[in-house]
Design a protein around this ligand. Sequence first.
Ligand code: AMP
Ligand code: ZN
Length: 138
Amino acid sequence: MSESDCIFCKIVAGTIPCTKIYEDEKVLAFLDIGPISEGHTLVITKEHFTKMDKCNSETLSAVVSVLPRITAAVSQAMQADGYNVLCNNGRAAGQLVEHIHFHIIPRKTGDGVFGRWPSFEYPQGKARELAEKICAKL
Ligand code: AMP
Ligand code: ZN
């Protein structure tokens, strides 16, 4: 998906409507059109970046710095017991719109929206081996 046919860039440009929650120079937040819970909000960079590792730290910081305010507003307004902040990166991780965005998903106790993911245990030595691989890329 290129910038010119990116749906979120069109929302930023105002050529596609949105239900706006918040806007500043670098950040836009609006209601998700296909919510998983009432008040499900998307917080996006105004500039087009496909995913987190392609985004510069200044722009990402601008988004992250408004998350406390927006998560507080969304969860208080929805009388949520909690909320998830999710950022899907890449098709394999469930990203459909290739323009970086954070989902804020208000949650109620026992709502069953989604639960714990399946987890496993590393065999002896595996965690260290993986950590070394990752650190070598930092
Ligand atoms: P993701 O799977 O993380 O890429 O999520 C993309 C999200 O964007 C989905 O939850 C969609 O419902 C939402 N979405 C797609 N188009 C629009 C739109 N025009 N306005 C608001 N939300 C949208
Ligand atoms: Zn875009």
